[in-house]
Design a protein around this ligand. Sequence first.
Ligand SMILES: C[S@@+](CC[C@H](N)C(=O)[O-])C[C@H]1O[C@@H](n2cnc3c(N)ncnc32)[C@H](O)[C@@H]1O
Length: 325
Amino acid sequence: MILGVDLVGIEQLLSANHIAILPKGTRLDRSTHGPFPLTSGANLWVSRPAFLTYLHLKDVLATIRGLRSVGAGVVDMIRAADQKILFETPKQRRAMAAAGHRQVNGVDLVKMPRMGGLVEVPIELVASEYRSHVHDYLRPLLNSGRYDAMVELGAGPGDLIVTIARESRDTTIKFIGTEISIPACGCMLELAIAAGTPLLEIRRLDLSCPDLSFLSAFRRPLLLTSGVLCVLQPSPASLFDEILSKLPRFDLVALEPVSFEIAERDSRVRPLITREQYLSQALIPGLWPFLEDWVRCHGMIVERVIPDFSGKRPIHPMSLIHVAK
Ligand SMILES: C[S@@+](CC[C@H](N)C(=O)[O-])C[C@H]1O[C@@H](n2cnc3c(N)ncnc32)[C@H](O)[C@@H]1O
């Protein structure tokens, strides 16, 4: 039985793309940490269904059940998800319509970014599509023989790194998931065990003042962020200084929703997210100018920049930025 919780955010739970696995007697409490904190001893996991269904099909998980029997606060949310009411305010509904939302034969379709273009997908698949696009990009890199480690910074519940670590079980690449939230670290650990990747290392790490000494053991690690640099307070400056001081060679693949900032420096880019949308989600501006200047000042190479590479949801598209030293 898999236990735990994904505390990454209400937005992801509302994406109607999650499955919880609930051992008997599970209780939720909102008191301590994030929107869905656990009482001590409580045991619930919420994670991406594509990954959990995959584990289920592989007989790693015995049970997959919906969340709606859990408790009052969650019932409402899941009911909303059942009805596919993802964007409840008039402003959100307008944004949804602007993003190309329509119904075909009762199926809600949205346009989501994919490799810089837009594709129409059932709304339930938006989050899992994002994960699979990231894996499609990482897979050839990890198979290239260039890297001896992959380290995800701010891995949340860990499904991205656990999935890719599972695929790469036959390689010698070391996988490390780092995260500040203890419940998310617990979630990652249980996912790693369930997925048969117990050697994936999990580290609790505060990226606002990190000690990355553990990275010195590697010749050339591949660092990954997904929706993390855009929430780092006050900025990722100390993280980037630490990376440079510890690693003579590394690659960084950053997935962050900054296409509007890329467009501000490159008039050819037509961004799918505006500065206003970005700021309305309390994200920290200035990431791309900082990153671009950092790369230039330290003689690094920009391997790929794909504005609006993919999105967790239609109004929150991620750009892919791959730099190397
Ligand atoms: C939007 S979530 C993204 C999680 C995961 N990368 C994903 O794609 O699902 C942002 C993550 O950054 C983590 N985070 C925020 N501030 C952090 C910090 N100072 N140090 C480490 N992680 C942090 C949060 O705990 C959360 O897991």
